[in-house]
Each structure stands twice: as structure tokens, then as C-alpha cells.
Design a binder for this molecule. Structure first.
Ligand code: AMP
Ligand code: MG
Length: 423
């Protein structure tokens, strides 16, 4: 049995990120949000593209207004009116100014903008009531970004701010990593789909639905392979198929020590290398992690480096969610091409409740973070923390973690939590 931190290290070490050349696709900017940029982006445009005004006001020559005050204002003749979107026509001469608006290009000759609140207008003359600073309110060409340098690096997730940058740089299409493919199937003779009537002894295969949602939220593509009976022949067939089509395979159930737990034996018969068989955690002890030999060729006879990672997750619904959040999500992130920030985010917060466990394994208790006067507090979910219970997992947004040997956290004591964002 390996510790949780060793298991994380082993798993992340096994993950090969998608390939920069082979595993990419072109997408339109409008649908590129949440995708991972596969190539660095440079722009031939400077930002700003030209000197422009940061204010509504008057473009002036600093020399003309440096000693202005309300008692002794400089008086300038307005020679042009420049709204945003138009090219200035004149060159500002001594004693002249141009009316200018935010975002409009600074006319030649002018070097400073006086905000309109510091002026008084009389027909085609403007009185400057306060001396500006030299070059005040001018946004200089290339002061935000210089053409030809790197605008965005590869390996970042595209959120609204990056999309805005790419739009401004006129990138209508982008090369992003394809979505990782994650095959999912459930094992167990007792499992039925959500729409089948249940006979005595049968339950719904909720893990398939939970994993499909988690995988989709992680940005990967779920490939749903359904329910497989506890039958070695059927299991071997589905595992062989899953590893052929997916980057990551997730099965649930059948990895414990019961008579019908066949997964590990089948993985061995398929020549998989098993790296982890059990983890010192609760819930989630029976967790199998395996890799398959990568020597295969694709349709045009190229040697493929396809080497899928297999997670045999436990069957219990709470254990499935906890092991996904703790181990599978970081693996999907690393695989997806993101260059950093794969590991889970841990916070130290105050516990609202007394938290108890037996201290034998690292324990994950589910609940909710509440913001109390700007400070996070962990509230344990009411009801059973049994790994077979999934009902009180609804609304979970954090897991409190009690390390091995720790049996009790008092109310108001600090506890480490794993914060769950989307996925
Ligand atoms: P197993 O590891 O296969 O013995 O499963 C452990 C427990 O999880 C048993 O109570 C199973 O009925 C339950 N279980 C297994 N697979 C699923 C599933 N896909 N959805 C819901 N519960 C499951
Ligand atoms: Mg089972």
C-alpha cells in the first residue's frame, strides 16, 4: 500500500502530456474558451497600435501649458476634432490644441492630453485651468506590448482574458490541444442504467454518470462504454477496447479483494504494468493504477507513443469521487498540455465541526466551505461519511483531510482542505 503523496507522484510521473505536433486541432476563437493553447502566439501589431488618448479632453503641446493655472490659464485655439476611429489631419502648432476623445489617435505635434474637467471652453478656444504632467494621459504606441515578442505562451488555459487578448491580436483561429479521451465503464452484476426498473439486489450505476460529468468538466472527452458484468471474458474485451481508443481509462468496481474482483488479474493477463494496487487513504483504498505497453502502429504505420493510463477506481460512489478529485483530475490536467498547476489546491481553513476518524489512513471527509466574514470555514456534510453513501455528497465543494495518525480535529481548529472547483 502506498501513501497518498507517493501515489500522486507515481501517477503524475506516468502521465505523458499530449504531443505538441500530433495532438492538436484548429478551433475558432469564439469556441476556444477553456481549451489549452498548443503554440505560443506572437502578434505583428504593437499595443497600443499608435499613441492615443486615455481621456476625453484636449491634445496639446506640453510646452504651451506647463505654467497654466486657473488664475493664469493658457488659451489655445482648437484646430481639430478627433473622435476615436479617425486619423488626425493636422499638426498641432504652438498655441493650438485638438479636441480629443478616449482612444483617439494623438495628432502630430501634440504630446500631452489635458482632461476636459481641467478646462473651460469658449467657442473655438480652450482655457487650460491646471498644468498637466508632461505626456499625461497619452498611451504610447507599443507601451503595452511590442510586435514580434511573445504575446501568450503555449500550455495555458484560455479563459476570457486570454480570449480578449487573442481577439485584439486578430487571431480568428487557434491551435489548441485536442481534448484528452477518457474511457469510462462500470463493473458489477448489480448495476442498472438510470432508466431500468430495479429488481431486488440491483442499484443504479451512478458512477458512470458521476465520472462522465467530472471528465467533461475537466475539459476532456468522456467515452462511455457502459456497464460490464463481473465476467472475466467480457471485462477483458472491454479493457482491451478501452485502452485502444483512450488516453486514460477509468473503470469502477472490481478492484477490491472480493471473489468477483477481477480487474487486476485481467490487467496482468493483458501485460499491463501495475504500479499501484492500494493507497493508504479513506475512502479510496482499493485503487489500481496501470500502464500498457506502447508499442503499436497507427493507421498509416507510424509508431504510436500511445500509452494509456488505467485507473481501476473503487466501486463505492464516495470513493470514486474522492479518488477522481485527488488523482485522476491532476493526471487529466497534465495530459491535457497545461504546463503547470496540475496538483490539487489545498487550503488551511477553520473547521466548524468536530472531525473524527480512526487515524489509520489519510482520511477525506466531505463537506462545504462557507465564507464567514471573509474567512473560509469547513462544514462537514450531515449524515454518514460511509464510502457507500453518496446522498450527502450533493453540494460538496471541499474535502477535509486528516493525515495518518490524526484522529480528531476540534471545532474552530485549523484543518487542511482540498478545494473542489469545477471538476
Ligand atoms: P466493488 O468494489 O465492485 O465490490 O464495489 C463496492 C461497492 O460499490 C458495492 O457496494 C457496489 O455495489 C458499489 N458499486 C460498484 N460499482 C458501482 C457503480 N458503478 N455505481 C454505484 N455503486 C457501485
Ligand atoms: Mg463489484
Amino acid at each position: 500500500m502506498v501513501s497518498v503523496s507517493d501515489a500522486q507522484a507515481i501517477i503524475l510521473n506516468l502521465v505523458q502530456p499530449l504531443d505538441r505536433q500530433r495532438d492538436t486541432e484548429l478551433v475558432d476563437l469564439l469556441v476556444a474558451d477553456s481549451r489549452i493553447l498548443a503554440v505560443p502566439v506572437t502578434s505583428p501589431l504593437d499595443f497600443p497600435h499608435w499613441d492615443n488618448s486615455a481621456m476625453d479632453g484636449y491634445a496639446v503641446r506640453y510646452e504651451d501649458v506647463q505654467r497654466s493655472s486657473s488664475e493664469n490659464p493658457a488659451v489655445l485655439k482648437i484646430v481639430e476634432h478627433i473622435p476615436a476611429g479617425y486619423q488626425p489631419q493636422s499638426t498641432i502648432q504652438p498655441g493650438q490644441a485638438a479636441r480629443i476623445f478616449t482612444g483617439a489617435a494623438i495628432p502630430a505635434g501634440a504630446d500631452t492630453v489635458v482632461m476636459q474637467e481641467k478646462t473651460r471652453r469658449e467657442e473655438n478656444r480652450v482655457f487650460i485651468l491646471d498644468a498637466p504632467k508632461p505626456q499625461e494621459f497619452v498611451r504610447h504606441k507599443a507601451s503595452f506590448y511590442q510586435a514580434g515578442t511573445q504575446l501568450l505562451p503555449a500550455g495555458i488555459k484560455l479563459n476570457a482574458s486570454e480570449i480578449a487578448v487573442l481577439a485584439a491580436a486578430q487571431c480568428p483561429q487557434l491551435s489548441v490541444y485536442r481534448r484528452p479521451r477518457v474511457a469510462i465503464f462500470s463493473t458489477g452484476d448489480e448495476l442498472m442504467t438510470v432508466d431500468q426498473p430495479l429488481q431486488p439486489g440491483q442499484i443504479v450505476d451512478s458512477n458512470q454518470y458521476a465520472l462522465a460529468a467530472l471528465v467533461r468538466q475537466s475539459g476532456a472527452e468522456p467515452l462511455l462504454l457502459g456497464i460490464v458484468k463481473d465476467d472475466p471474458v467480457a471485462l477483458e474485451k472491454v479493457i482491451a477496447h478501452a485502452v485502444a481508443i483512450a488516453d486514460i481509462v477509468l473503470s469502477s468496481g472490481g478492484v477490491s479483494v472480493g471473489d468477483y474482483d477481477y480487474i487486476d488479474k485481467i490487467l496482468e493477463s493483458l501485460k499491463a504494468k501495475i504500479h499501484i494496487r492500494a493507497v493508504e487513504m479513506r475512502p479510496g483504498k482499493p485503487l489500481t493504477v496501470a500502464t500498457f505497453p506502447s508499442a503499436s502502429t497507427d493507421a498509416i504505420n507510424r509508431v504510436s507513443t500511445h500509452s494509456p493510463l488505467y485507473f481501476g477506481l473503487p466501486g463505492n460512489p464516495a470513493a470514486v469521487l474522492v479518488t477522481f478529485w485527488r488523482f485522476v483530475l491532476p493526471a487529466i490536467k497534465k495530459l491535457s498540455g497545461i504546463t503547470e498547476g496540475w496538483e490539487p489546491v489545498f487550503l488551511k481553513v477553520r473547521s466548524h465541526d468536530e472531525l473524527r476518524t480512526n487515524g489509520k489512513r489519510e482520511t477525506y471527509l466531505w463537506g462545504k466551505l462557507h465564507l464567514i466574514d471573509g474567512v473560509y470555514e469547513f462544514h462537514q456534510a450531515d449524515g454518514s461519511q460511509s464510502s457507500g453513501n453518496l446522498i450527502n455528497l450533493a453540494q460538496t465543494n471541499a474535502l477535509a483531510i486528516l493525515p495518518v495518525g490524526k484522529t480528531l480535529i476540534y471545532p474552530q481548529e485549523e484543518v487542511q482542505v482540498l478545494q473542489l472547483s469545477n471538476g
